[in-house]
Design a protein around this ligand. Structure first.
Ligand SMILES: NC(=O)C1=CN([C@@H]2O[C@H](COP(=O)(O)OP(=O)(O)OC[C@H]3O[C@@H](n4cnc5c(N)ncnc54)[C@H](O)[C@@H]3O)[C@@H](O)[C@H]2O)C=CC1
Ligand SMILES: CC(C)CC(=O)C(=O)O
Ligand SMILES: [Mg+2]
Length: 347
């Protein structure tokens, strides 16, 4: 079990080390953890946020456990050298086009979410976000116009095959869950979204058991707060999925709880919390490591077929929360290590 561990910046190393402790406690056969530099930390050491040796480590592994990247002190750098390029680069280079972001309410947190408890407790949804296209990877630029105004642009585009493969990922996920797929787009104004919608309808014919619906992204943001229990699987593009998943995290209590898996066709995957490097709390030992610990559980399930071990981790996290052990993000006072200890004790 060769796992690449890329902790990154800010709270990345703090939350990743707790997830690593959990993996080590499981006594997994042949577990081998290989660390690599990413993000601002890698830029400071190697002059690049995603050095070639880091990419090699990822390619030599069966899975990547990723913390977070981002360093406001490096915002002056040219875009291709900024820390965030590490995670974008890994997603692109490794062909990780499907980003699975589950959100459900843990027992004991029903009244801590940003929703009414009776609304919050209905949430059990999965956002399937396309991860290799859209405005993040389209042609982009900045120029100064003749009249001196600056103009910036980022091209939004999807090719049919890119939509088709994420559509299949969405329908397949729906088949393992409640068989409802809501495709979120902005087809009333965007050509990209019209193509997206056309392809979703075409692929739906291969999954007659799944009920496909369509929703504009602005309405989806509203419904996520009004009636989140109505969603089962949401399939959407890179930008909309990025935004809606942060929103979904607050519907279930905190961004410190939302895990993710970034997948290609096979069993290889990159697993990371959905949050960033949180510079505002970095170095204080107060970040919630649960999202990263739950990402490790997703890794065991998907990349190594270890369902029982994944469930053990998820149960230990749930039991920790049910016992009232919470970080500051959930109104509690437990620190990063204390939460890690509590999860380990319950394993
Ligand atoms: N995948 C990645 O590596 C990502 C990187 N970023 C980068 O991270 C940096 C910070 O971005 P922000 O917009 O501030 O987003 P962020 O997700 O890092 O933080 C947003 C807010 O949530 C809080 N938060 C995040 N994770 C938490 C945790 N585990 N426990 C408790 N509180 C937590 C933070 O303290 C902050 O108030 C930027 O450089 C950004 O580009 C942002 C998102 C994802
Ligand atoms: C660098 C960003 C695109 C990362 C992010 O916000 C995310 O993937 O959720
Ligand atoms: Mg995001």
């Amino acid at each position: 079990m060769r796992i690449a561990v890329f902790a990154g910046d800010g709270i990345g190393p703090e939350v990743t080390s707790e997830a690593v402790r959990v993996l080590q406690a499981l006594d997994l056969p042949g577990l081998e953890l290989v660390e690599g530099d990413v993000g601002g930390a890698a830029y400071r050491k190697h002059g690049h946020p995603l050095p070639a040796e880091t990419l090699d480590i990822a390619r030599s592994a069966e899975a990547v456990l990723f913390g977070a990247v981002g360093d406001f002190d490096l915002d002056h750098l040219e875009r291709h050298l900024r820390p965030e390029q590490a995670v974008l680069g890994l997603r692109k280079e490794l062909g990780l086009f499907a980003n699975l972001r589950p959100a459900r309410v843990f027992k004991g947190l029903e009244d801590l979410t940003s929703l009414r408890p009776e609304v919050a407790q209905t949430i059990d949804l999965l956002i399937v976000r396309e991860l290799n296209g859209d405005v993040y990877f389209g042609e982009k630029g900045m120029r100064t116009l003749e009249d001196g105004r600056r103009q910036g642009w980022d091209m939004m585009s999807y090719a049919e095959d890119e939509v088709r493969r994420i559509a299949h990922a969405g329908f397949k996920a729906a088949m393992t869950r409640g068989k409802k797929l809501c495709s979120v787009d902005k087809a009333n104004v965007l050509e990209t979204s019209q193509l997206w919608r056309d392809v979703m309808i075409e692929v739906a014919a291969e999954y007659p058991e799944v009920e496909l619906s369509h929703m504009y992204v602005d309405n989806a943001a509203m419904q996520l707060v009004k009636n989140p229990g109505a969603f089962d699987v949401v399939v959407t593009g890179n930008l909309f999925g990025d935004i809606l998943s942060d929103q979904a995290s607050m519907c279930v209590g905190s961004i410190g709880l939302l895990a993710s898996a970034s997948l290609a066709e096979g069993t290889f995957g990159l697993y990371e919390p959905i949050h960033g490097s949180a510079p505002d709390i970095a170095g204080k030992g107060i970040a919630n490591p649960m999202a990263t610990i739950l990402s490790a559980a997703m890794m065991l399930r998907h990349s190594f077929g270890m369902e029982a071990e994944a469930v053990r981790i998820e149960d230990a996290v749930a039991a920790t929360l049910a016992a009232g052990i919470k970080g500051g993000d959930l109104g509690g006072s437990a620190g990063t290590k204390e939460i890690g200890d509590a999860v380990l004790a319950r394993l």
